[in-house]
Design a protein around this ligand. Structure first.
Ligand code: GNR
Ligand code: NI
Length: 172
């Protein structure tokens, strides 16, 4: 397995749309494993392939509690096939928007159809943090960051700060 560097906004790759996976073969299965390892190393609860510079529709999520065993979910071509009318606000963060947090309102529950690591079609019913996280990851596949759900003023404040930090070579 391998740890992969995570791109930080405003990186142009994070704005692009990822391509569907034709088949979950050995290469995609390996990518999924590398993404799970990278997600845990970065202490994230989700990761989308564009965040590591790969424009393919692959995400991983794990929202397990600290005192529970790991429960990584690996998905290719995830699609929301149903979303609840009920919306909930959640304080979101993003490994590609380090050290910034803001409330985003999304459907409370979703049903997601995807290909698993064995290339089998599966569906997952998610609510709570898992539902929020899966929607955040699918946004990444469409070139959308959580800051794109904020006002232009808030978004630009965050993006300018990140750009300045990177120009100055800061690590955080
Ligand atoms: O680690 C993460 N935490 C998080 C918190 C609230 C809503 C979404 C997330 S996903 C984020 C990891 C990440 O950037 N995934 O793309
Ligand atoms: Ni993110």
């Amino acid at each position: 397995m391998a740890l992969l560097p995570i791109l930080v906004a405003p990186h142009p790759v994070l704005k692009q749309t990822a391509k569907p996976v034709a088949k979950v073969d050995a290469r995609i299965a390996r990518l999924m494993d590398d993404m799970v390892e990278t997600m845990y190393d970065a202490q994230g609860i989700g990761l989308a392939a564009p965040q590591i510079g790969v424009l393919e529709r692959v995400i991983v999520v794990d929202v397990h509690e600290k005192d529970e065993p790991a429960n990584p979910i690996r998905m290719a071509n995830p699609e929301i096939v149903w979303a609840s009318d009920e919306l909930v606000p959640c304080e979101e963060g993003c490994l590609s928007v380090p050290e910034h947090y803001a409330e985003v309102t999304r459907p409370k529950a979703v049903r997601v159809r995807y290909l698993d690591q064995q290339n089998e079609i599966r569906e997952l019913d998610a609510d709570g943090m898992l539902a929020t996280c899966v929607q955040h990851e699918i946004d990444h596949l469409n070139g959308v960051l959580f800051v794109d759900h904020l006002s232009m003023l808030k978004r630009n404040m965050i993006l300018r700060k990140l750009q300045k930090q990177q120009r100055q070579g800061a690590t955080a």
